[in-house]
Ligand binder design. Structure first.
Ligand SMILES: NC(=O)c1ccc[n+]([C@@H]2O[C@H](COP(=O)([O-])OP(=O)(O)OC[C@H]3O[C@@H](n4cnc5c(N)ncnc54)[C@H](OP(=O)(O)O)[C@@H]3O)[C@@H](O)[C@H]2O)c1
Ligand SMILES: [Mg+2]
Length: 328
């Protein structure tokens, strides 16, 4: 796999272009700020009545209505949440996607699941930082960058890949490393990762561990520290040097116990269920379900959030975090 670094990429190809960032949230804000600090010409397109309009202004951005940004921009970056992208695109952007322009995404969902039809004559590209927006901005300010993948869904100009690489360079992702994949690969792996391991899998693992200790009579505060708080310390070790490095940094007893008991928690059945999750992602079942839920008012989604916010680990956690804060 070819990994692109700063020296492999010339960003002159986008320096004279107007980059229209549509959406100024978790990714939009971080990416717009990084591009601006890299000397790119950035404008921001938002709803005038929206929450982030003033924030973008306060950050010194040139802010305008989405339609105006889409009209003025050469590279249109769709960085609103994935679900409303389709409607925003149809009503305010599509008519301005003239041949020669570029449509940019940071996640492949709407192209992979054909929610947005690729316009002719336009480059359709992706640069997806592999980290939350706050990290994308923080690592930039620290003089480094967040790794990213790039992809090309349509190469109308013959330069689509170079434009994607240049955009990634402006984010400083090429300081860390960037590699190319397809829109489908990014969509499937991103959804799988967040569902089975990162967000979904981890949240359920933590809750199950917490409940096991508390139901056996251990104080919830102790359970919180054991299964939630300490997780970060372990994950930091894993990110720094991999699983074996982590094992080498914990006690010998933890090493023996973890290696023998972990396999009881995550076993062949777990993997079978992971394969089912991946199948539903690749087959489109997950996408259809989420689109339906989103457009029917997100009732189930909101109910889950409401219920899970009442879980004991959230109540105890809020108290503990306030008691164990560093003095300011
Ligand atoms: N979150 C991450 O760290 C992350 C990581 C990798 C990739 N991505 C991808 O990056 C993209 C953006 O995700 P995000 O999490 O950054 O989104 P987000 O923070 O939820 O986006 C919020 C922004 O979108 C605007 N917006 C929301 N709904 C809108 C609508 N109906 N019409 C017009 N503007 C609307 C908001 O404007 P108002 O102020 O008007 O509400 C706000 O500026 C997605 O494709 C996502 O998959 C995200
Ligand atoms: Mg994702």
């Amino acid at each position: 796999m070819k990994i692109y670094h700063d020296n492999d990429v010339d960003d002159a190809i986008v320096r004279d272009k107007v980059i229209a960032v549509i959406g100024y949230g978790i990714q939009g804000r971080a990416q717009a700020q990084n591009w601006k600090d890299s000397g790119f010409k950035v404008i921001v397109g938002l709803r005038p009545e929206g929450k982030t309009w003033q924030q973008a202004k306060d950050d010194g951005m040139e802010v305008m209505a989405i339609e105006d940004a889409a009209k003025k921009g050469d590279i249109i970056c769709l960085l609103t949440p994935d679900m409303p992208q389709k409607e925003i695109y149809q009503t305010q952007i599509k008519k301005h996607m003239k041949a020669g322009k570029t449509l940019y995404f940071s996640h492949g969902f709407n192209i992979t699941y054909k929610q947005i039809r690729i316009p002719s004559g336009v480059d359709v590209i992706m640069a997806a930082p592999k980290g939350p927006g706050a990290k994308v901005r923080q690592t930039y300010k620290e003089g480094f960058g967040t790794p990213a993948v790039i992809a090309v869904a349509q190469d109308a100009s013959g330069n689509a890949k170079n434009i994607a690489l240049a955009m990634a360079k402006g984010l400083h992702s090429t300081k860390a490393g960037v590699f190319e994949c397809t829109f489908d690969q990014e969509t499937y792996t991103d959804l799988f990762g967040e569902q089975a391991v990162l967000c979904g899998g981890t949240a359920e693992l933590i809750k199950a561990g917490f409940e096991t200790l508390v139901e056996d009579g251990f104080p919830p505060e102790m359970a919180y520290f054991e299964v939630l708080h300490e997780l970060k310390l372990i994950v930091d070790l894993i990110q720094e040097g991999g699983l074996e490095y982590m094992w080498s940094k914990v006690s010998e007893t933890a090493r023996y116990g973890g290696r023998t008991r972990g396999k009881l928690v995550v076993d062949a059945r777990t993997k079978k269920k992971m394969k089912k999750i991946l199948g539903q992602i690749k087959g489109g079942k997950f996408a259809r379900e989420w689109i339906k839920e989103y457009y029917s008012g997100k009732k189930i989604f909101e109910d889950m959030r409401e219920k899970e916010s009442q879980h004991q680990i959230e109540i105890v956690g809020a108290e503990i975090r306030s008691l164990f804060q560093k003095p300011k």
